[in-house]
Design a protein around this ligand. Structure first.
Ligand SMILES: C[S@@+](CC[C@H](N)C(=O)[O-])C[C@H]1O[C@@H](n2cnc3c(N)ncnc32)[C@H](O)[C@@H]1O
Length: 277
């Protein structure tokens, strides 16, 4: 936690989320330097770097206010508050939680895809763990991609970032040996999460690995107040399901679920050698 609270300038005030909890989190966790950077960034220009004008946003994505933010992920406030909110939601230690995904990776993947990469927290760790690999992150929000791009630059890693839909990508079949998704599935209806897994299976080479890091469905079922606190539109239906069952239904092999951190789970599976897509 920073030693002092950032001072609120008039441009920051415009920038701050209206929701009180988010406002507090922003003030406590976003340092002065980063805050000034957000204020001076030409967001539209940054987003144009990634924006695919032919992409049609799905209804489930644009019809909801994620974390209580109007317009969901398609604005700068969502992108700038995301990292501090996630740090809190991943207590006691976000980095530890994300490192469990890295620790679960089999061998040395060369072609890695991170679905719903957001601001790049897991994507950057993947590239740092496997510097020889080409690492691609895709996301529906050009605002989140803009932050991922700057964070990757600051970390001196090169990522291939694309504005794209996780359940229907343009990549050819069997072209990745690792597909990951961190904290994506609780942000979408369960039938879409299953379509994302179907797409992950198509994209993986036979023998390739899928790793899904997200909220612990078993624990979240017992903590609906937590979902309400973070104002997550799809988390209750996500919590009612079992990612492990989805993976088995889609005929993945070696399906595992590990409980990590306080309220996270990591699901892993392998695409069968005999399945081509
Ligand atoms: C909770 S954030 C997770 C971000 C990042 N993976 C992390 O671990 O911090 C969910 C992200 O998924 C993106 N997203 C939601 N639905 C998506 C979809 N169908 N295709 C691609 N990205 C999607 C959102 O824009 C958002 O950036």
């Amino acid at each position: 936690m920073p030693a002092c609270l950032p001072v609120l300038t008039s441009s920051t005030a415009e920038f701050l989320p209206k929701q009180q909890l988010l406002r507090l989190i922003f003030r406590l966790f976003v340092g002065r330097q980063r805050q000034q950077w957000y204020e001076t960034l030409d967001w539209e220009k940054e987003c144009d770097r990634f924006r695919d004008p032919s992409l049609t946003y799905p209804d489930y994505y644009i019809s909801q206010n994620f974390h209580g933010i109007q317009g969901g992920y398609l604005n700068a406030i969502a992108a700038t508050t995301y990292d501090p909110v996630t740090t809190i939601a991943s207590l006691p230690d976000e980095t530890y939680v994300r490192r469990q995904l890295i620790a679960a990776i089999d061998g040395h993947p060369r072609h890695i895809l991170d679905l719903g990469c957001g601001t790049g927290s897991s994507t950057i760790l993947l590239k740092q763990a496997f510097p020889e690999a080409d690492v691609t992150g895709i996301d529906l929000s050009p605002y989140m991609l803009a932050i991922a791009h700057h964070r990757a630059q600051a970390a001196h890693v090169t990522l291939n970032l694309q504005h794209s839909l996780a359940e229907s990508t343009d990549f050819s079949s069997n072209c990745f040996d690792l597909v990951t998704a961190s904290f994506l599935f609780h942000e979408m209806p369960p039938n879409i999460a299953q379509n994302v897994l179907r797409e992950a299976r198509r994209l993986l080479q036979p023998g390739g690995q899928v790793l899904i890091l997200d909220g612990d469905q078993r624990k979240l079922r017992r903590m609906p107040w937590l979902i309400d606190l973070f104002r997550e539109p799809y988390s209750k239906v996500y919590a009612a399901e079992h990612t492990e069952t989805w993976l088995k239904t889609l005929d993945f092999d070696a399906v595992t679920t590990d409980r990590i951190g306080w309220i996270q789970q990591l699901n892993g599976a392998i695409k069968r050698h005999e399945s081509m897509n």
